[in-house]
Design a protein around this ligand. Structure first.
Ligand code: ZN
Length: 90
């Protein structure tokens, strides 16, 4: 067993956490919010085949990501859902 030091509140915005959740999900396991342990819902964007986990309880959401052969690739850390300020036109 590997011993990992605790680094604050785990969050789905961490690629490590997101990847672990995604792998568990793909393996058919029950996935839960890293913050409160409530079930996560997977939101699928069919047009772009990207995914996003959202907690059914607290609303904590992962960034938009794509599934890759060895994990996940985060597409949109600073997209419209996460940083509305970037939408401001100069
Ligand atoms: Zn939650």
């Amino acid at each position: 067993m590997s011993h990992r030091p605790q680094r604050g509140t785990p969050s789905l915005t961490s690629t490590d956490v997101l990847e672990r959740v995604w792998k568990d999900f793909r393996a058919g396991q029950h996935v839960t919010c890293p913050r409160d342990g409530e079930p996560l819902a997977l939101s699928i964007d069919a047009s772009s085949t990207t995914y996003r986990f959202v907690c059914t309880q607290c609303g904590h959401a992962s960034p938009v990501f794509e599934a890759t052969a060895d994990g996940v690739r985060v597409c949109d850390f600073s997209g419209d859902l996460f940083d509305p300020e970037t939408m401001t036109d100069e």
